[in-house]
Design a protein. Sequence first.
Length: 131
Amino acid sequence: PFPDWNTYTIQSHTTTTVLLFDTTIDLSTLGLPAPLHISGSDTLSYVNTGTVPVSSKSLPVFNMKLLGVFKGDMTIFVVIPVFATTSVTTMSFAPEIGYYAKQRTEPIKNLPLGFPSVQGSNVVLISYQLR
């Protein structure tokens, strides 16, 4: 799930990218000759408008896509890629209720050695009650 404080570019239909982290880890204590540089970013894009059926109603939604890019490399005279993976989440935000009507996250694979793959998820709102 996404935090409530995200700013979505619904009205402007623009794409925004946020750098999540960009750091270097010293691996000399593990006997590796070079540090590991890792970075991650999220890019949120407006896709289109649509509707999602919820209960007996059809909610208008803004469809968006969140692309996470994560990579790591080492430099020993040349840059050596260690890992690169992406996460893709599509979501349908219903402004009428201020909540997601649908959210689908694809499985994440190709993680660095020692990290398990991450299962995908598919969340669909089936009913709601406004108070």
